[in-house]
Design a protein around this ligand. Structure first.
Ligand code: GLV
Length: 321
């Protein structure tokens, strides 16, 4: 039996990170299809655990891993899959992968904004079904982003990059945030408003908020009713921000104009009503799925694990307070 430290990758880590860890440690991975039971069976004796947004890291998993577990490195910027209080109790450091995916995620939010505003999803669906009967001047009428009011809910790194990209269309940027963000106010002329005002005034509402008890279903039936009947809702943050049933209802009844979604409440499940909702562009949680971002994320995961297992401070600790 080797004296090497043991790194358990709950599912899969791309070679850009895996190779760095494998050089120094005993590494095992569960594979993409690893079930909860399989992950529980893999973690005993782990010094480091690499998790991802689909791997709940809770008391049971920490118990199963054992007292030697020093770090949980999340292969994501979000960490709502991790019970931070339980990690704190167990003296386990938690790390994430910020910054390297900011641009990729913001660009996907722009993609979904454009796709929803022009209803490319229904148009493509019709075309693929062989139901397109020819150019029709009154069909699939969308709206132009040029001059539109863009509401950015949450002005963190990804919200700021999205605002910057969207400002290229030449509209007004409204945002919500705990603090005034001087950078975007000066550079983009963005205005901080109350959430209700953002909902009422925006042609596009894009969500860039963390998943917290306070933000759960921040978009519910009441919020949707405040939005313009032509408005587009975009969610590249976390599924928990949106009440899926209320959104499906709003899309079916025309309470809002369209939606672009990358994240869902109980992934990988997507409610049938949303799959069938009109004017809805859907992608399967691919916000950070670019070669650059995903490799950099893998590398950051490895650098964080290496730092902790070699006794130094990790570059991306998540505050456990
Ligand atoms: C992906 O969802 C992430 O949080 O990085």
């Amino acid at each position: 039996m080797s004296n090497n430290k043991r790194v358990v990758v709950a599912r899969l880590l791309l070679p850009a990170g895996r190779d760095l860890l494998e050089e120094k440690f005993d590494l095992v991975d569960g594979g993409l299809a690893a079930t909860r039971d399989e992950v529980l069976a893999l973690v005993p004796g782990a010094d480091a655990l690499v998790a991802d947004p689909s791997v709940p890291v809770d008391e049971q998993l920490l118990e199963a891993a054992g007292d030697q577990l020093a770090v949980v490195a999340n292969y994501a910027v979000g960490f709502d899959n991790i019970d931070l209080a339980a990690c704190h109790e167990h003296g386990v450091i938690v790390t994430n992968t910020p910054e390297v995916l900011t641009n990729a995620t913001a660009e996907l939010a722009v993609t979904l904004t454009l796709s929803a505003a022009r209803n490319t999803s229904d148009a493509e669906r019709r075309l693929r079904r062989g139901e397109w009967t020819g150019w029709d001047p009154a069909d699939f009428i969308g709206f132009e982003l040029s001059g539109a009011t863009i509401g950015v809910a949450g002005m963190g790194r990804i919200g700021q990059r999205y605002a910057e990209l969207m400002s290229g269309f030449g509209g007004e940027i409204l945002y919500t945030s705990r603090e005034v963000k001087e950078g975007v106010e000066v550079k983009l002329g963005a205005r901080k408003v109350e959430f209700e005002k953002l909902l009422e005034a925006s042609d596009v509402v894009s969500l860039h908020l963390p998943s917290l008890p306070a933000t759960r279903h921040i978009i519910d039936a009441v919020a949707l009713a405040r939005m313009k009947s032509s408005a587009v809702l975009v969610n590249t943050g976390r599924g928990s921000l949106v009440d899926s049933e209320a959104l499906a209802e709003a899309l079916e009844s025309g309470t809002i104009g369209a939606a672009g979604l990358d994240v869902y409440e109980n992934e990988p499940e997507v409610p049938r009503r949303l799959l069938e909702a009109p004017r809805t562009a859907l992608t399967p949680h691919i916000g950070s799925a670019t070669d650059r971002a995903r490799d950099e994320m893998a590398r950051l995961v490895a650098l964080n694990v290496l730092a902790v297992l070699e006794g130094s401070a990790p570059p991306n600790p998540v505050s456990l307070e």
